[in-house]
Ligand binder design. Structure first.
Ligand SMILES: Cc1cc2nc3c(=O)[nH]c(=O)nc-3n(C[C@H](O)[C@H](O)[C@H](O)COP(=O)(O)OP(=O)(O)OC[C@H]3O[C@@H](n4cnc5c(N)ncnc54)[C@H](O)[C@@H]3O)c2cc1C
Length: 254
């Protein structure tokens, strides 16, 4: 039974996201009509974006959106990411897509225990899928047989977020207090966003990056290391790496 690994791809995005945001900001603050909006904007988008971010005027950044393809993630991750209500999702159906074998995610904590633990986990996955298969064999539809499948079962999705929602998502899910799987995904998405729109996402990241940590006694105590990591990610993203390159960078560090 195949263990699956995280994959993240930027499938589409607002062309020139900084410009889309800047045009919104410009309309707000100058006596410009929609025909004049583009005039004298060459090379000025980033400055507009920075001004908006400094003012805390965040609604114009909703004009830029990003659609990611995500696979090799667990149903446990799905339960968490879909709590982000401003995002849009398309998730591979467990009702209509019946599986011939269970594809699953192996948590690193179990992998770290060594080969014996991994084998035990694989046996758990096999037992779970055998139960699914048995119910399917008895004519039970996939929508009901899936009730015996584990949280580790792999899922695939498209997720679209606008830049404002992405910033909120990064603030919560790049934090070291977030669960490892969604945290890795969030850092990877952050790297891709920084590559696509550096001015827009320069200050995006876990809460401790912009201000002090707000996690109180639950704090990881690593704010300085996380800020450094975030700066390193910016430097890496500026080299225009592929989506896979950003994912590898993240997985080596988180
Ligand atoms: C470390 C961590 C631990 C967590 N543990 C748990 C847990 O134990 N149990 C649990 O149930 N959840 C848990 N969550 C999930 C958490 O409670 C949120 O559901 C999730 O993070 C989505 O956040 P959000 O609602 O701010 O985001 P979004 O849904 O993306 O919303 C973005 C923002 O829009 C505004 N907004 C959206 N919808 C409304 C609305 N209806 N009314 C008013 N304002 C709105 C809010 O300002 C919100 O912050 C946890 C999250 C994290 C990061």
């Amino acid at each position: 039974m195949p263990e699956k690994a995280l994959r993240v791809r930027l499938l589409c995005a607002t062309p020139d996201p900084a410009r889309a945001v800047a045009l919104g900001g410009r309309l707000c603050y100058s006596d410009t009509n929609i025909d004049q909006l583009y005039e004298n904007m060459e090379g000025r988008s980033e400055a507009f974006v920075e001004k908006l971010m400094d003012l805390g005027h965040l609604s114009p950044i909703e004009h830029a959106s990003f659609t990611f393809g995500v696979e090799g993630v667990s149903r446990a991750l799905l339960a968490q990411i879909t709590r982000h209500r401003i995002a849009s999702f398309s998730v591979q159906s467990q009702r209509y897509v019946a599986k011939d074998e269970l594809e699953y995610i192996l948590p690193p904590s179990i992998k770290d225990l060594g080969p014996e633990a991994v084998e035990r986990f694989q046996a758990d996955m096999e037992a779970s899928f055998a139960a699914y298969d048995r119910w399917r064999g008895l004519g039970i539809p996939a929508e009901d047989a899936r009730f015996v499948l584990p949280n580790a079962a792999e899922t695939r999705m498209l997720v679209t977020m606008n830049a404002r929602e992405l910033m909120h998502f990064f603030q919560l899910r790049c934090c070291m207090r977030a669960q490892w799987e969604i945290r890795r995904l969030a850092w990877c998405m952050l790297g891709i966003c920084r590559r696509e729109a550096p001015a827009l996402f320069k200050k995006a990241g876990p809460g401790c990056q912009a201000t002090v940590c707000t996690e109180g006694r639950m704090s990881c105590g690593e704010a300085a290391r996380i800020r450094t990591l975030s700066d390193e990610l910016s430097a890496f993203a500026a080299k225009n790496p592929s989506d896979e390159g950003i994912l590898s960078w993240v997985l080596e560090r988180l």
